[in-house]
Design a protein around this ligand. Sequence first.
Ligand code: PGA
Length: 254
Amino acid sequence: MRKYLIAGNWKMNKDAAEGESLIADIALAVGKQTDVDVVVCPPYTGLESASKSVSDNEIELGAQNMHPAAAGAYTGEVAASMLRHLHVSYVILGHSERRTLFGETDAFINEKVLAAFENNLKPILCVGETIEEREADKTISVVTTQLNDGLKGVTAENAENLVIAYEPVWAIGTGKTATPEMAQEVHQKIREILTDLFGADAANGIQILYGGSMKPENADDLLAQADIDGGLIGGASLKAQSFIQLVESAISKS
Ligand code: PGA
């Protein structure tokens, strides 16, 4: 049985002190339960203090990006091993904001995915179509390419630590959510692609998250879908109350 995973993507929000206080509030409510995996992804500058804030509870830490190289002349970048030293367990890769605002390609994201596995980080690989692609009926072909190219060289054994996030670009931060049925259709297809790549056993163990304006009001219906195993939450992860409600919604279905 797959556990639900609720991950907060704080993006470029919360300084270190604000992050500590948010984690403390989350920990008080859902920090001891183990039915649902709970992950917070602060900006790099908040990771060190966050690693202390999660040391006595079950909340895990994620980073929002990393560079694939082990070290070197990459001004402004951070390596996987540096994240590991801060007790980071997950890393969001290929977020649509990285793809569109910073020009990241599937090939570059693939390098990062492989480096994450080499360093025992669990990649949360984000895929999803733009509104133009959906209207042109290209959703499945876009997601298929992003998965096949982003996961090149990944083994079935690696796949045990892989997380996928389906995030329709048109739903991110816009208040527009995919209907549960629309999301499930793509999630099911993603699981088929993962089955082709890694076999049914591995594919059935992979958590596939939905992201894009997920909030307490729509979480129950989304999480009720067979292939939706949690959420990657932006806006609603910045307030303890809404994030806790999302975790509680997943606990109630576990
Ligand atoms: P949102 O962001 O929940 O604010 O739409 C989700 C994401 O970008 O991961």
